[in-house]
Design a protein around this ligand. Structure first.
Ligand code: ADP
Ligand code: MG
Length: 694
């Protein structure tokens, strides 16, 4: 069964083509203008659009509509379905969906976290139609992307601040490029291509693991005899079941107008990646959430389960979301493209200087915005970037930045040379070399025409990370404009600005191995923060530099930032609480009883054998019995301690400092028992079964 992309692409989306066909010409033009420039939506316009949208959706088989929104923290979009059916009149029901229904919704959303922005008694939250993001039909429901805010207008979602940051970087960016002679650009857009990593396991096995079901990750589990040592899964051939699943995912995403391009295996067994072609960052946010949603529902349909958690299995790679990000003007100039002679490209070098300043200044905020509890297991382990933020420039740019920092005069800067790759076989072509090598150990890496922020957690919304990146660049551009706009000799002033800024922020650049211990020491010498836990990174939301930046740009208020901090801390405590309770439950009801049965059997064997033959050697049974009994006792002790600290825990910090270590202490003896106890007694599927048998 193969599907022609061109035929199905976007068929379930109320996109420009559909609007052109179904809306009166004047309304269509008004919509295009609104989508591009923003502005107030009139009820009159909404009524016309709603009517066309309803008819289109019903033809597609929709019976309900919903406002899709992205409450802060809950990473997969929330929805509340309303039927098109109106109140019956004279025994007949009309399909109804008005402009008002399209424009505004009021979900009873009192249970979503609000960080104090909205007391339960005044739980009103509103959703407002996001005109720029097209509506679509999915599973018989017309879905309308919206922004979500409180009665007082505070944003309660990840989308609204992102949209505001997009505006901020657009304004500041247009002002910035104008200084360099680009007077035609009216806007600078931010583009994102998020690569999404995930694991696939067999659904029945998944359901046999309460830890996967409740916490999304394994909380126990001895390593399988084979891990990822051979790296033979990376780009390896796809198993039939996985290939069918991926084909189904592709088809659904194409219909929803999402351009998924690559799907391949990742390093860890059972791990895969999906990447769409990049799009404006707000659209990328919407489509990434849809990608996650479709991955999960399609896996279920195929008898599989999709794990989006950052670290489903200890000992093998975790999952991230490589956030490829760039800025480009509306007249086609990518600000991160070095061009043939980056050493002479004043605008590019100034962008780079601004970026260095921005990343250095807001590194902790970046760290906080990209992470969650799950990411703490990942940062710094295996293939994940370290918890220290630094920028990787690659050899060519690295050489130029280095020369600037050393004070080499502008006209003597080295000309970075884009080389070719000659494979030395006459029948093979000589390939142009990428302007950067791959440095997978860097959290913020230049990759030729974009930066790849690799710290983002696989299960979180990309909204926060991109809100921070757009905002920090808007701030740095504005600072550069303030300094340079009125300069008498612009070129000289710009060169001086680049030199000064790069020199001041050179510490943020690191081109070496980010996984090495030397880097940890070197980063400490440079004074770069190395914050291992998200709990210590979260306060960066309300640091003076964050509040000042966001308020000045109109992206978020101090109140909203305080709320976000509270929500994040609450979420952390909540997640660890669930994990700990799941562990207590599994240990008490599954592992301890299983080990008791096993120990009983070994003891019974000893006495049976001895009775049958008094001189028989039962030392093997005895060794096993002793070891299993002592680990069982250790387990019971660790279980009691975990229960005690869990009882006493309150707030994110105590969950981090006391509950997490108690969880690790409980896991340890149980994982060792797994290697001793008879397989038939073991109550849950093993790592090997989960990772290698779909
Ligand atoms: P790799 O796995 O080698 O890093 P992929 O092709 O899997 O690369 O993913 C790269 C991602 O970067 C894709 O989503 C791609 O669309 C996106 N991308 C490419 N160019 C840009 C750009 N200028 N700005 C933002 N994203 C980009
Ligand atoms: Mg990649």
């Amino acid at each position: 069964m193969s599907v022609n992309v061109a035929e199905v692409f976007g068929q379930d989306v109320f996109n420009e083509a559909v609007m052109k066909e179904r809306l009166p010409e004047i309304t269509y033009k008004q919509m295009l203008k609104l989508m591009d420039e923003g502005g107030d939506v009139t009820l009159e316009l909404a009524d016309i659009v709603a009517k066309a949208m309803k008819e289109w959706a019903i033809e597609k088989g929709a019976t309900h509509y919903t406002h899709i929104f992205q409450p802060y923290v809950v990473s997969i979009g929330a929805e509340k379905h309303d039927s098109f059916a109106d109140i019956p009149q004279g025994g007949k029901i009309e399909n109804s969906f008005s402009g008002k229904d399209l424009m505004m919704g009021e979900p009873d959303a009192s249970s979503f976290p609000s960080g104090g922005l909205r007391a339960t008694c005044s739980a009103r939250g509103y959703t407002a139609w996001d005109v720029a993001s097209p509506a679509y039909v999915k599973d018989g429901i017309l879905c309308i992307p919206t922004a979500f805010c409180s009665y007082t207008g505070d944003s309660l979602d990840t989308k609204t601040p992102l949209l505001k940051s997009v505006d901020a970087v657009s304004r500041a960016g247009a002002r910035f490029v104008k200084m360099f002679g680009n007077t035609e650009a009216k806007k600078v857009r931010s583009y994102v291509g998020p690569e999404q990593e995930y694991f696939i396991v067999n659904r029945e096995k998944y359901l046999g693991r309460p830890d996967l079901v409740y916490a999304g990750r394994t909380l126990f589990g001895a390593p399988a005899p084979k891990g990822q040592e051979m790296e033979d899964q990376y780009f390896g051939p796809l198993k039939t079941k996985i290939a069918e699943f991926m084909a189904d995912v592709d088809e659904q995403l194409w219909k929803l107008g999402i351009t998924v391009k690559t799907q391949h295996n990742e390093v860890a067994p059972g791990q895969h990646e999906i990447a769409p072609i990049f799009s404006p960052s707000d659209a990328a946010l919407d489509s990434n959430l849809l990608v996650m949603d479709v991955l999960k529902s399609t896996a279920t349909k195929h008898g599989l389960a999709c794990l989006l958690h950052e670290k489903p299995f200890a000992g093998v790679n975790g999952s991230g979301k490589h956030n490829n990000w760039s800025l480009g003007t509306d007249n086609g100039v990518n600000l991160f493209k070095p061009g043939k002679e980056p050493n002479k490209n004043l605008q590019f070098l100034c962008v780079l200087a601004c970026l260095m300043e921005a990343v250095k200044k807001h590194s902790l905020l970046l760290r906080a915005a990209a992470s969650n509890a799950g990411n703490d297991h990942r940062l710094g382990a295996n293939e994940a970037p370290p918890a220290i933020i630094s920028i990787y420039m690659g050899d060519q740019l690295g050489e130029i930045v280095d020369a600037i920092v050393r004070g080499v005069p502008f006209d003597e800067l080295p000309c970075a040379h884009v080389g070719t790759l000659d494979l030395g076989v006459s029948t093979l072509p000589v390939l142009p070399k990428d302007p950067t090598d791959r440095n997978r150990t860097s959290p913020f890496a230049f990759t030729g025409n974009r930066f790849e922020f690799r710290m983002v957690a696989s299960s979180v919304s990309i909204g926060d990370a991109n809100t921070v990146m757009n905002s920090m660049m808007a701030e740095a551009f504005t600072k550069a404009c303030d300094a340079l706009e009125d300069a008498e000799d612009f070129e000289k002033a710009a060169v001086d600005y680049i030199y000064k800024t790069m020199k001041e922020n050179q510490d943020i650049v690191f081109n070496g191995d980010g996984y090495s211990n030397e880097w940890v020491e070197e980063a400490a010498r440079r004074g770069l923060p190395n914050v291992k836990s998200i709990v210590d990174a979260i306060p960066a939301y309300v640091s003076d530099s964050s509040v000042e930046m966001f308020e000045k740009l109109g992206v978020m208020t101090k109140r909203e930032l305080e709320a976000r901090k509270e929500i994040k801390l609450e979420e952390y405590a909540g997640l660890i609480n669930i994990e700990a309770r799941t562990m207590v439950d599994m240990a008490s009801k599954l592992y301890v009883p299983a080990v008791i049965s096993f120990v009983n059997r070994v003891a019974a064997s000893m006495s049976t054998v001895r009775t049958a033959c008094a001189s028989a050697d039962v030392s093997a049974q005895e060794t096993i019995l002793l070891e299993a009994s002592s680990l069982l006792a250790e387990t019971q002790k660790a279980l009691d301690s975990l229960k005690a600290v869990l009882e006493a825990a309150e707030g994110a910090k105590s969950y981090h400092d006391t509950v997490l270590p108690a969880m690790i202490a409980l896991r340890e003896p149980i994982d060792r028992l797994e290697n001793i106890v008879d397989k038939d007694f073991w109550p849950v599927p093993t790592y090997g079964e989960l990772m290698f048998e779909v």
